[in-house]
Design a protein around this ligand. Structure first.
Ligand code: LLP
Length: 435
């Protein structure tokens, strides 16, 4: 039997896995595999958890931005708008998707560590709420491009607090040696703050920091707040500047396997709220608008990927390979980060799972591994369904067409119904840019 049901939107009926109370085999039959399923009720519930927690902690001076890099498509932006979130984007592609979804542009904040002049002009012309500035070249460009348009652009400066969030190196961004932002210790932060205050066509509205992703230590956000308040206090003393906004970034972790801790988001945000209140008192600082930018913790466990097994290759005393009809093209996270996953035998949930195997994809690449050391039933064979849990964040958004494989569709599940939010790519879609 499988006891690895890590999320409460998963259940078992007979031999079949159910997701959001719907039969995974029936969904696979209707939409084909590989298939991304997303639990829309779960996404909406998570948005509300964040909004309510932020409201309790910061009143009207709080904001939740969905980090759309986790999963960006029209329907997702519509959900975020309906749930009253703002969004952050990191490219013209994400921005354009938000725009086409009818998302209010003043609630879109534009990130990215290397915005081109064309990106900046596009963002300004669409009217994004603010730019999060990562480097001085960008700052000067924003000032110049805003001058051409005869207005003043709101910006936040991305500050690097110098914290190691104890997470995978590849997703850590707040350390001193980071490619992102301006270090406090190096003096870069103060220099760029001084420069931003001088420029006539930017309006410095505050500061931003983001330490890392898949973070479980609530103390990371507390330490960020400590460091940023101390920094803002110094800037006020030297330049007389009081920040109106402080964005503490995203990064709250989620459970991919049963051994991962379950985070209490509301409790964590309440702790940050208490700390910010104490810091405002300590420094006699008017409370800035506090924002968070969660991506993964809003959508990750709303996602389930369903595959069909193509072959089981047993290499005695070495390894058993179970090959599925997707792979690193729809889930690159094991290949890139060695990420852990819970894999379920979606059509044999009532059988003992005792065959140790490596679940691999169909790409011509030996690194195309979804997960090693998975326990599946001995009887697993061609035609069976496998489900990989917690694939709502950074799967579709990092998907590729390697080997000219079409990307899977995204089907949203809500209140017992299913609808296609992103259709499956066709072979002709693969040719659409070819001359
Ligand atoms: N804000 C900023 C400035 C960020 O760089 C990120 C993520 C977020 C917010 C959202 O972080 P989240 O709440 O989703 O952890 N591809 C990797 C994750 C890269 C995250 C990059 N930045 C993965 O698949 O794990």
């Amino acid at each position: 039997m499988n006891d690895g049901l890590i999320a409460d939107n998963l259940s078992v009926k007979g031999s079949g896995l159910q997701f959001c109370g719907q039969d995974v085999a029936a969904l696979a039959k209707e939409y084909g595999t590989p298939l991304y399923l997303m639990d829309e009720d779960c996404i909406r519930a998570r948005c509300r958890t964040y909004r309510e927690a932020v409201k309790r902690a910061f009143g009207e001076r709080g904001r939740v931005l969905y980090a759309s890099k986790a999963a960006a498509f029209l329907h997702m932006f519509r959900i975020m708008q309906e749930e009253g979130l703002s969004v952050d984007v990191v490219s013209c592609g994400e921005l354009y998707t938000a725009y086409k979804a009818g998302f209010p542009m003043e609630n879109v904040w534009f990130h990215s560590s290397n915005k081109t002049d064309a990106d900046i002009a596009f963002g300004m012309d669409l009217g994004v709420g603010c730019f999060i500035v990562d480097n001085t070249d960008e700052l000067e460009s924003i000032d110049r491009i805003a001058a051409e348009r005869q207005f003043r652009q709101d910006i936040l400066l991305r500050i690097t607090p110098g914290i190691d969030p104890h997470t995978f190196d590849a997703v850590a961004t707040g350390k001193v040696d980071s490619k992102f932002g301006f270090g406090i210790e190096t003096g870069a932060a103060e220099a760029v703050t001084a420069r931003a205050l001088e420029l006539p066509h930017v309006r410095l509205v505050g500061f931003h920091c983001h330490v890392g992703s898949q973070v479980f230590d609530s103390d990371v956000f507390l330490r960020s707040a400590d460091i940023l308040f101390s920094y803002m206090d110094r800037i006020r003393a030297v330049y007389g500047y009081v920040a109106d906004r402080l964005d503490l970034g995203g990064g709250y972790g989620v459970r991919y396997v049963v051994s991962d801790p379950a985070l209490d988001l509301a409790a964590n945000i309440a702790e940050v709220g208490a700390r910010v209140k104490a810091l405002c008192e300590r420094y006699a600082y008017p409370q800035p608008e506090i924002s968070f930018e969660p991506g993964r913790s809003i959508v990750a466990d709303a996602g389930l990927t369903v595959y069909t097994v193509g072959t089981v290759k047993r290499i005695p005393d070495v390894v058993n390979y179970v090959s599925v009809d997707g792979g690193m093209t729809d889930n690159i996270r094991y290949a890139l980060y060695g990420a852990s996953y819970t894999v379920l035998p979606a059509s044999r949930m009532d059988e003992p799972a005792e065959m140790n195997c490596t679940v691999v994809g169909r790409c011509c690449e030996s690194g195309d591994i979804i997960q090693p050391n998975v326990l599946l039933p001995e009887s697993t064979r061609r035609g069976d369904l496998l489900a990989v849990c917690t694939t709502g964040a950074y799967h579709y958004s990092m998907a590729s067409n390697y080997n000219r494989l079409p990307r899977p569709p995204i089907v949203m599940l809500r209140g017992g119904t299913s609808t296609v939010a992103v259709r499956r790519e066709t072979l002709d879609d693969l040719l659409r840019c070819d001359a």
